[in-house]
Design a protein around this ligand. Structure first.
Ligand code: CAA
Length: 286
């Protein structure tokens, strides 16, 4: 069993604050790294709100909420945040150059034996590992939104990931109350290789006039018991993120079955990205 107690989570956005939330709730001390004070405060507020929701639903007590919050420390200095942790989980935007810059710095300052994990949903684990001096201690730890609710952690081994590191991350995921599933590093891993073609096909149904967005979603919700229809889910994930992942699948496999629907491209060009911009296939209050 691993003796890791201190964790740094890099990025306090939707995924990062959810990841910090579940680590802290499971007894880990968390450094939550953001670039600006107001972003760090926003992340802490979101965590507090989500914990309050859990108190209201009687899943945790007020005392557990307070203890969880005390275990999270916001940090603006990446080097300081990672210098004494056993695990770093990166959850910054899905851009290789940004992640490369961050991992280069983390690698320089984190203890030699610390495990470096990325929450990427599509970028090659092997390629990210190669920017560090420790590809054997580098791994994919892919959480799902909303992180406090979704049970899965997809644990992705890069080409050089040590088996002991995979085991440690599998054990830690269980400690978080999650169910880890191991996958090897190929485009989209398992989750997005299966999910994104479904979302893309749902978009083609709208594009080709097969049915309206609401009807497409109702088919999958009422006929297949999906909690959200594929178009509602695409808005929830972000249409820009869906497009990026489809492009990773398309480029990675060179197979036209992954070609992004032109309607998806057009909506991203128009800035209709889903929940975060107030409009995607459906409209939202922002
Ligand atoms: N923190 C804590 N609890 C939360 C929460 C949060 N952020 N969000 C929701 N909850 C809790 C609610 O309190 C509620 O608890 P109870 O069951 O005790 O009542 C429960 O989750 C359900 O929430 P709601 O009642 O508000 O709403 P809902 O029943 O419509 O469920 C949902 C919302 C959980 C999001 C559900 O619609 C769902 O499972 N949707 C699918 C989500 C999904 O597929 N996520 C994966 C996206 S892909 C991804 O993340 C990765 C990638 O690589 C693209």
């Amino acid at each position: 069993m691993s003796d890791i107690k201190k964790v740094a989570v890099i990025g306090g956005g939707t995924m990062g604050n959810g990841i910090a939330h579940v680590f802290a709730m499971s007894g880990f001390n968390v450094k939550l790294v953001e670039t600006r004070r107001e972003l760090a405060d926003k992340a802490l507020n979101t965590i507090s709100k989500n914990l309050t929701r859990m108190v209201t639903k009687e899943k945790i007590t007020e005392k557990q909420k307070e203890e969880t919050l005390l275990r999270i420390q916001a940090e603006l200095n990446l080097a300081d945040a990672v210098k004494d942790v056993g695990l770093v989980v990166e959850a910054v935007p899905e851009n290789f150059e940004i992640k490369k810059r961050i991992f280069t710095e983390i690698d320089r300052h984190a203890p030699e034996n610390a495990i470096l994990a990325t929450n990427t949903s599509s970028i090659s684990i092997t390629k990210l590992a190669a920017v560090t001096g420790r590809p054997d201690r580098f791994i994919g730890m892919h959480f799902f939104n909303p992180v406090p609710v979704m049970k899965l952690v997809e644990v992705i081994q890069g080409l050089d990931t040590d088996a002991e590191v995979t085991q440690t991350i599998t054990d830690i995921s269980e400690k978080l109350g999650k169910i880890p599933v191991q996958a090897n590093d190929f485009p989209g891993f398992v989750s997005n290789r299966v999910l994104m073609p479904m979302i893309n096909e749902a978009i083609y149904c709208v594009y080709e006039g097969v049915a309206e967005p609401k009807a497409v979603d109702n088919v999958m919700k009422l006929g297949m018991a999906h909690p959200m229809g594929p178009l509602r889910l695409a808005d929830f994930v972000g249409l820009d993120v869906c497009l990026d992942i489809l492009n990773v699948l398309y480029d990675g496999f060179k197979d036209p079955k992954y070609r992004p629907c032109p309607l998806l491209v057009k909506m991203v060009d128009a800035g209709k990205l889903g929940d975060k911009t107030g409009e995607g296939f459906f409209k939202y209050d922002t």
